[in-house]
Design a protein around this ligand. Structure first.
Ligand SMILES: Cc1cc2nc3c(=O)[nH]c(=O)nc-3n(C[C@H](O)[C@H](O)[C@H](O)COP(=O)(O)OP(=O)(O)OC[C@H]3O[C@@H](n4cnc5c(N)ncnc54)[C@H](O)[C@@H]3O)c2cc1C
Length: 437
């Protein structure tokens, strides 16, 4: 029996705070016996449960979520659903097959999300006009040529932009250059997961605030929760970096904590001081630079810190300190909006692997895991979740093949070396970020 370590801390911050209060699904009580259990209701678990229900329309699937829907990484993300990834560093033509494989996975996820949102009329501010990639400082500017080489080689539709064009789009002269990558969607991430959770097929039963505390690996498997027990034939873990708490991959996956802030919605005059796009998302050409959005409800949202914090959310006190970094970056970009206060700050934890790979497959008899997407998991997690449902059901598909081809993970040292190593590697990532923070 594996004994869980740590808790499932949460707070009320994040995009979920911007939504009207919802009615939570019940917590699990009593004893249950089902053929399938999925643990974790972010995009991976939601995609997985939906696909299991499609493949096995006559079987019952239980979906267990430790927190409230929208409080995991997905609901706390910046809401960029990627069509193609940016791999960073030097463009290597010899890696083109890997880039194409990962992008096929992203594209499969993006298509699945689009279809689910359309079919179920999910109101989540889904907006497909790709993203801008911006650079303000030297080190990010140097990244542009490699990224352009990659986009051209892989024939990914894009438009290079100069400072004037970036400014015309965004209403800030902060960025010296940029690139518009045409495909990709922006989304309100908490509204997305809430919408996906509330439209699950009828043979999926969701329990919120129902953490799995122990797994007994008999046949059937027995899961212990605070309010009861579930016995199941097959178990799919969609628990992101917290899979380590259930005794898996604890030398391979860590959590890095990011934070950002939202302004209040802009007035008509404030909005008119910006550029010609009604809503937009900017990713930095520096690996650790700020992610900035103008949301469809006219808030500016800026995320620009990342740190190793033991896989936990930031406390109120630390979050307040980080907000001064959000504020400084906001003022650099939008001096004309200096009078606008931030209304919310939030933090979230992304699953990180040492070699930037993702996990997909069987962990042990009847137990499967998909996750750990290194900050790019909305489209990819949807695809991985869908594919792991098929894989665990014995289905074959090109998407499953693509997911299975993920590079093996690289071992990370135990604590306290892990803490020091992870702390340093996040620090190194921020080197040279300069005005792109
Ligand atoms: C601040 C931030 C910004 C990001 N921005 C982007 C972005 O713009 N675009 C992008 O593509 N990606 C982004 N990411 C990464 C992306 O959010 C993740 O890769 C993706 O959402 C992971 O999805 P998931 O379903 O695998 O995990 P999660 O969304 O973390 O879901 C896992 C769920 O499992 C639950 N859980 C864990 N353990 C248990 C247990 N024992 N019992 C029951 N439930 C359990 C958790 O509560 C959680 O809800 C960002 C991440 C962060 C933190």
């Amino acid at each position: 029996m594996k004994h869980i370590q740590g808790t499932f801390a949460t707070d009320k911050h994040g995009w979920a705070e911007l939504l009207p209060e919802g009615k939570a699904a019940p917590s699990l009580t009593g004893n249950h016996r089902v053929p399938w259990v999925v643990v974790g209701a972010g995009v991976t678990g939601l995609g997985c449960a939906r696909e299991l229900a499609r493949i096995h329309p006559d079987q019952e699937i239980i979906l267990l979520e430790a927190r409230l829907i929208g409080q995991g990484a997905t609901g706390r993300s910046s809401g960029f659903a990627m069509d193609s990834s940016r791999f960073g560093g030097r463009f290597e033509p010899s890696e083109a097959d890997t880039y194409r494989r990962v992008n096929r996975i992203n594209q499969a996820g993006l298509t699945l999300l689009r279809t689910q949102i359309t079919d179920h009329a999910i109101d989540c501010q889904w907006h497909e006009n790709g993203f801008l990639h911006g650079a303000a400082d030297q080190s990010a500017m140097k990244e542009r040529d490699d990224y352009l080489n990659y986009l051209e080689f892989l024939e990914i539709a894009h438009t290079p932009l100069d400072q004037h064009e970036m400014s015309a789009h965004l209403g800030t002269s902060h960025y010296n250059l940029g690139i518009h990558v045409h495909a990709g969607a922006l989304v309100q991430p908490a509204a997305l997961v809430r919408g996906l959770a509330s439209t699950l097929p009828s043979n999926v039963t969701l329990y919120e605030q129902s953490p799995v505390l122990n797994i007994d690996h008999g046949a059937p498997l027995t899961l212990s929760l605070p309010g009861g027990e579930v016995r199941t034939d097959k178990l799919i873990l969609a628990t992101n970096y917290e899979v380590t708490k259930l005794g898996f991959l604890h030398r391979y996956l860590t959590g890095v904590t990011l934070s950002g802030s939202f302004t209040r919605p802009l007035t008509d005059d404030e909005f008119a001081s910006l550029g010609n796009l009604q809503q937009w998302g900017v990713l930095s050409l520096h690996n650790a630079g700020a992610t900035v959005r103008l949301t469809s409800d006219r808030r500016i949202c800026l995320r620009n810190t990342g740190e190793y914090h033991g896989g936990d959310l930031l406390s109120e006190k630390t979050l307040a300190r980080r907000q001064s970094l959000h504020r400084a970056a906001f003022l650099q970009r939008f001096p004309q909006l200096a009078h606008i206060p931030f209304e919310y700050a939030w933090s979230g934890v992304e699953g990180k692997t040492r070699n930037n790979t993702n996990y997909f497959g069987k962990q042990r008899e009847a137990v499967y895991f998909a996750g750990g997407y290194n900050g790019s998991g909305i489209s990819r997690g949807t695809a991985f979740g869908t594919a792991i449902a098929g894989y665990a059901s014995g289905v074959q598909s090109s998407l499953i093949e693509d997911c299975l081809a993920s590079a093996p993970g690289v071992w990370t040292p135990p604590r306290p070396f892990l803490d020091v190593g992870a702390f340093l590697s996040v620090k190194i990532q921020f080197l040279g970020v300069g005005k792109d923070r």
